[in-house]
Design a protein around this ligand. Structure first.
Ligand code: DX5
Ligand code: ZN
Length: 216
């Protein structure tokens, strides 16, 4: 299981040091939650901040766009150093066009779905995606409870990926902790985003190691 710490739970007054801390703790990638106070009822940070943070780790930057018009800002996030860009099927941007834009910048495209969006919505795009992000909470805030019923969507997407012989990763985001990660792992999840579960304990390395061990 890959673990992607969600920096939404970090101490923003030392953002760079928090990324270094997660790098040393064994994070597989850095999950950066971009919110526009429109697509979701919360506001975080944008491309200029991500650009400044880029130098604090060589690990992939996994940018999760919770914004209404992702297409308009793809270039900015690519310029900032994103390696993976997830955007929501529920956003206002054209899905094909947004994937094409991300591909044109040699960045890995990913589609994200909110809890009320059926798994089948991503099927037409699967052959072009690096990853599908299945939200296991309503996007907007850290520290919410894991929605185990989303695992049927993970299983449906996994089955479709297998059936078509594709190589697409599945990520879940929201409520991942020691008591929920095995459920995600059993359903076929490849990457777990974790905010509270890795930032709250003193020892982030131990927290990440424990989460990974629970999947074995
Ligand atoms: C929610 C964000 C998540 C969130 C996860 O909208 O996309 O990345 O920070 O936080 P936890 O792991 O605390 O649920
Ligand atoms: Zn996220």
């Amino acid at each position: 299981m890959q673990i992607a710490p969600s920096l939404l739970s970090c101490d923003f007054s030392k953002f760079g040091a928090e990324i270094e801390r997660m790098d040393k703790a064994g994070a597989d990638m850095m999950h950066l939650d971009v919110m526009d106070a429109h697509f979701v009822p919360n506001l975080t940070f944008g491309a200029p901040i991500i650009k400044k943070l880029r130098k604090y780790s060589d690990k992939p930057f996994d940018v999760h766009l919770m914004i209404s018009e992702p297409l308009r800002y793809i270039d900015d996030f690519c310029d900032a150093g994103a390696d993976i860009i997830s955007f929501h099927t529920e956003s206002d941007s054209d899905i094909e066009e947004t994937i094409s834009k991300i591909e044109s910048r040699n960045v890995k495209p990913a589609l994200a779905i909110k809890p009320n969006t059926p798994a089948e919505v991503v099927f037409p795009y699967l052959d072009r995606l690096y990853m599908v992000l299945v939200m296991t909470v309503e996007p907007g805030f850290g520290g919410q409870s894991f929605m185990a019923d989303m695992m049927s969507k993970v299983e449906a997407i996994k089955a479709e990926i297998k059936k078509r012989n594709l190589d697409v990763l599945i990520q879940v985001d929201g409520g991942i902790a020691k008591d929920t990660i095995k459920t995600a792992s059993d359903a076929g999840v490849d990457i777990c985003v974790a905010g509270t579960a890795v930032f709250k304990p003193e020892d982030a390395k131990q927290a990440i190691d424990e989460l990974k061990a629970l999947c074995e």
